[in-house]
Ligand binder design. Structure first.
Ligand code: URA
Length: 433
């Protein structure tokens, strides 16, 4: 087999066989296929796409390129959740203890983040003492004991994806649905999931900016799941504005705690109940989605979800008293109030620009090794469709720098207030099963 022939075959729009896909992924991982040929191949896929069978094989070839996490010692059906990412997305912080409190084993491998704020692990590390450096034996033990544990990314999972993703990043081939779908699914499968719930975001703060593209990506991932024997569903949810009110690591932990107490923002609560219901149902802890949702609502109302969060935090070295005393979370030195220059309705909150403003404050990383400031960020007081009076504070800025003119200007520019009434955006567009 020669790589040049396979590039040509894909360039001409033909489907590759399983053997050919394995040859490409194994050869590339081993360093036998050079970057220039893999770049040409990725571009051919970008223009020609892939069949469902090709996507499934590409996914499994990437899974088989490295280590796989063995969760077989954990009792029950392990349902993992993945979000394609967005601004203010602290869903995992709520969802993991919430579904664990309903008996679903949550063995979560999470990452740090590049971008607007840190990833789940950065956010959790704003809790004093919390750590994710636990070995595999302890990880399994904690999940069996408490139904929940979160570890940092360990081992050599999906090295083919790592190498290919870095190449796509510099060859304008990231935005290809077969390549994104196989990349995401390979990581979830290698991390040991029995079933997968996907939160595919759509809108200005998301990877996929419009509903049609988001739907295509969701469908591609659900099909991959079906073809490789991992039950997968995808919820398409709104990211035309940030999720919840808080953007910034410790601020998001506080908002997640409020949500577990039943006092969180409406959109975050609803999204967690929707995703959580699928997780509970797929883990066979309820025999219908309605019963699953009831279980979760009861767990919040009774305080069980919050108790599970406290147990989880303590088990990983964290100070669970932050739940009752938020002053123990990191705090910024300065706060600034952004006041409305005119009265009117919030028409637009450009999620990506608001996220960038949070990153400038230090809430996120611009490069892989950059430091992150866990205390800083933004609290929105208004969302799209809300009315604002002239002079009313619509954003509070938490900062450790005094000069934040650029942040203020960006927020004024990206949050549009006008006399025209605007409808609140739809939160959940569709579920693909
Ligand atoms: N996220 C991933 O993990 N992979 C992609 O290809 C794109 C986004």
């Amino acid at each position: 087999m020669r790589m040049v022939d396979l590039i040509e075959k894909k360039r001409d729009g033909k489907a590759l066989t399983k053997k050919e896909i394995r040859y490409i992924i194994e050869g590339y991982t081993a360093g036998e296929i050079p970057d220039y040929q893999m770049s040409a191949f990725a571009m051919a896929v970008f223009f020609r796409g892939m069949t469902e069978e090709e996507m499934a094989e590409l996914t499994m070839a990437m899974v088989d390129s490295g280590e796989k996490i063995d969760l077989s010692e954990i009792k029950g059906i392990k349902v993992d959740k993945h979000s394609t990412g967005g601004v203010g997305d602290k869903t995992t912080l709520v969802l993991a203890p919430l579904v664990a409190s309903a008996g679903v084993p949550v063995a979560k491998m999470s990452g740090r983040g590049l971008g607007h704020t840190g990833g789940t692990i950065d956010k959790l590390e704003s809790i004093p003492g919390f750590h994710v450096e636990i070995d595999n034996r302890q990880f399994v033990h904690l999940v069996n004991q408490n139904k929940i544990a979160v570890v940092g990314q360990t081992g050599n999972l999906t090295p083919a994806d790592k190498k290919l993703y870095a190449l796509r990043d510099v060859t304008a081939t990231v935005n290809s649905i077969p390549l994104i779908a196989s990349s995401i699914m390979s990581k979830k499968i290698a991390a040991g999931a029995d079933a997968i719930v996907l939160d595919v975001k759509t809108g200005s703060g998301a990877f996929m900016k419009n509903i049609e593209e988001s739907k295509k990506l969701a469908k591609a991932m659900v099909k991959i799941g079906e073809n490789v024997g991992k039950k997968t569903i995808a919820v398409i949810s709104d990211m035309s504005q940030p999720l919840g009110f808080a953007i910034g690591n410790a601020l998001e932990v506080q908002e997640a705690i409020d949500t577990l107490k039943g006092e969180g923002p409406e959109d975050l609560t609803e999204l967690c109940l929707t995703l959580g219901s699928y997780m509970v149902y797929m883990a066979e802890k309820a025999d219908s989605l309605e019963k699953a949702r009831k279980l979760l609502e009861q767990s919040i109302a009774s305080g069980k979800a919050l108790e599970t969060f406290k147990t989880f935090v303590s088990a990983q070295g964290g100070d669970a008293s932050i739940v009752d005393d938020p002053s123990k979370l990191p705090h910024s030195s300065y706060t600034f109030e952004l006041k409305a220059k005119e009265e009117g309705y919030v028409n637009e909150i450009a999620a990506d620009a608001v996220g960038t403003a949070a990153m400038w404050l230090g809430a996120g990383r611009a490069t892989k090794d950059a430091a992150i400031d866990l205390a800083v960020g933004l609290i929105l007081h208004k969302k799209i469709g809300d009315y604002v009076k002239k002079g009313e504070t619509f954003v509070t800025i938490y900062s450790n720098q005094q000069d934040i003119e650029k942040v203020k200007q960006t927020l004024y520019y990206s949050i549009k207030i006008s006399k025209n009434k605007t409808k609140k955006p739809v939160l959940i567009y569709e579920t693909i099963t």
